[in-house]
Write a protein that binds this ligand. Structure first.
Ligand SMILES: Nc1ncnc2c1ncn2[C@@H]1O[C@H](COP(=O)(O)OP(=O)(O)O)[C@@H](O)[C@H]1O
Ligand SMILES: [Mg+2]
Length: 282
């Protein structure tokens, strides 16, 4: 190898390249030897069980967390639109969707009305943000991520709190945005089968990269099947989002008296309440 000191030649269109990432949090090795790339026009989906390091890896890509080892490259000048897994909206603050978006507009950014129309939510501008259904809220968050005219969209569980029909619609919307704008997408999902049609490349993560490739290939990969079990083989959802009951001593489901401490409990409650109120809007 000649000339190791110079920057490596990177393929045209490459936006992100991380390699050999190790990261410890609270004494645990959350990421071990992790690598991924994302390019213009490509939808890359990170899948893996709860706690497998998906959000942590996203935060490394965004430069919000410093890895202990490895390299993080983002093409200079790349504008990123980030939709985090959790957004806390103050219940008491009177805030319309239009105002919420206006707060996030960079100096030379897009107009809130234009991005709302792009995500099929033009009618929501005057609505209080606390009164949105789960699906509406996710569209508004997607609109917010589009405000800065990104080259790369980073979406952490973009269909969280949305019913299954709404999930399919959101993934189709993300694909249309990619087609129209030609941007790269890095997103996180629990469920490969829901995102298969909307994904070019899957990275299956369980602290290390178990397997990576086209979704059809990953869905048959032994490590993927071992990780997600026989449910995955039958094409069933492996979404493990349960907070309406706990397991009693004998293992039977029991109602939640006091919710266990969960990072996202407050947001779940807000979203669930909003979704119940506005379910007819999908
Ligand atoms: N700040 C932190 N300190 C200690 N452990 C953390 C911290 N953030 C996340 N973790 C742990 O790292 C692991 C991966 O978390 P995360 O990346 O959020 O998983 P995922 O998004 O795949 O559900 C989890 O075990 C989580 O508890
Ligand atoms: Mg996460």
């Amino acid at each position: 190898m000649a000339n190791q000191a110079t920057e490596p030649e990177r393929p045209h269109g490459l936006l992100v390249e991380v390699a050999g990432i190790d990261l410890k949090l609270g004494g645990n090795l959350v990421l071990a030897g992790v690598a991924l790339t994302a390019s213009e026009g490509e939808i890359v989906t990170l899948i893996g069980p709860n706690g497998s390091g998906k959000s942590t890896l996203v935060r490394v890509v965004l430069g919000l967390l410093e890895p202990d080892r490895g390299s993080v490259y983002m093409r200079p000048g790349t504008r990123v639109g980030y939709m985090p897994q959790r957004v806390v909206v103050d219940e008491m603050l009177p805030l319309t969707v239009g105002r919420f978006l206006a707060l996030g507009v960079p100096a030379a950014g897009a107009r809130p009305r234009a991005v709302l129309a792009e995500v099929g939510a033009a009618g929501l501008a005057g609505r209080p943000i606390q009164r949105l259904s789960g699906g509406e809220m996710q569209r508004v968050l997607l609109a917010r991520a589009l405000l800065r005219e990104p080259d790369l969209l980073v979406l952490d569980e973009p269909v969280q709190g949305v019913d299954v029909t709404g999930q399919g619609e959101l993934f189709e919307l993300i694909t249309r945005i990619r087609d129209r704008r030609g941007l790269g997408v890095l997103m996180v999902s629990h469920d490969l089968h829901l995102v298969m049609a909307s994904t070019d490349t899957v990275v299956c993560l369980n602290h290390h990269v178990c397997c990576t490739g086209r979704p059809e290939a990953v869905s048959r990969h032994p490590e993927y099947l071992a990780l997600f079990g026989p449910l995955a083989e039958r094409g069933l959802a492996v979404y493990t989002h349960q907070h309406d009951h706990r397991h009693a001593v004998g293992g039977e489901a029991a109602p939640l008296a006091a919710p266990p401490p969960r990072q996202d409990a407050a947001e779940d409650t807000a979203e669930d309440a909003a979704e119940t109120e506005g379910r007819s809007h999908g």
